[in-house]
Design a protein around this ligand. Sequence first.
Ligand SMILES: C[S@@+](CC[C@H](N)C(=O)[O-])C[C@H]1O[C@@H](n2cnc3c(N)ncnc32)[C@H](O)[C@@H]1O
Length: 261
Amino acid sequence: MTPPTGSPECKLGSLDVDAYLADPSRKQAFVTPMFDIIAPRYDAFTKLFSLGMDAGWKRRAIAAVIAVAPAARRVLDLASGTGDVAAQLARALPQATVAALDASPRMIDAARERLRTTDADVASRVTPMVGDMMALPQDDASLDVVSASYGVRNVPDPVPCVREMARVLRPGGALVTLDFYRPAFPPWRALFLWYLAVAGNVVGWLWHRDPIVYGYIARSIRDFMTADEFSALLRREGFEVVSVHRHLFGGIAQHVARRVG
Ligand SMILES: C[S@@+](CC[C@H](N)C(=O)[O-])C[C@H]1O[C@@H](n2cnc3c(N)ncnc32)[C@H](O)[C@@H]1O
């Protein structure tokens, strides 16, 4: 079978989606072309899909970084997408440089485009780069802050990803993540996933004639962990969990953690 590509002509829904997503050795081959396809409309979609709430959740995550690491100089934003959080971090931390890493070349193009219209000082301190958050190019213990919004759920295996976050942070360095999680309460989980599946499939069809490009979100959450399970993973991989803030009854959570040194 022809491997998926990030061209708009490639219809991901025609693939055996479950086979790609269930197999860690194939998941990335589905996920990266999918994000390449949606990159030009990703920001508009996020605003629509979250009914405007995403901006507030991200503001809260930025505020958490400022609170936990106000003097941070070396920051890495993982799964950086169009560079929204990376630019906000650079604005909030005027002494810092921010690497914005993402696996999707089209997302990195969109981040570069954003920086072209961003305040010059902020833009000069953000470096977009294509990369894999399960195998980071940064040196051991070289960073003060690592952030990731809606990132960990999308990688083939969260364990090496969290391990890499721990490796590149200096002892005492801060990790701030924001993501969707599988709600623990079954009736709410069913309703939440139903809304995300219906809304995602409809917008995926209307905008790309390919429901799975956004219908994927509900599937990825169904197969992911709960916010408490993510806390446990952080602890196993060398973090002290400082706080967990839940939105939408555990459908979204922000974790703040410190690298134990
Ligand atoms: C839902 S988007 C989040 C974008 C951005 N952080 C935001 O909050 O707007 C998830 C991002 O994860 C990226 N991604 C998926 N797998 C990745 C990997 N292995 N390494 C780095 N980025 C990855 C995708 O390309 C996509 O841009």
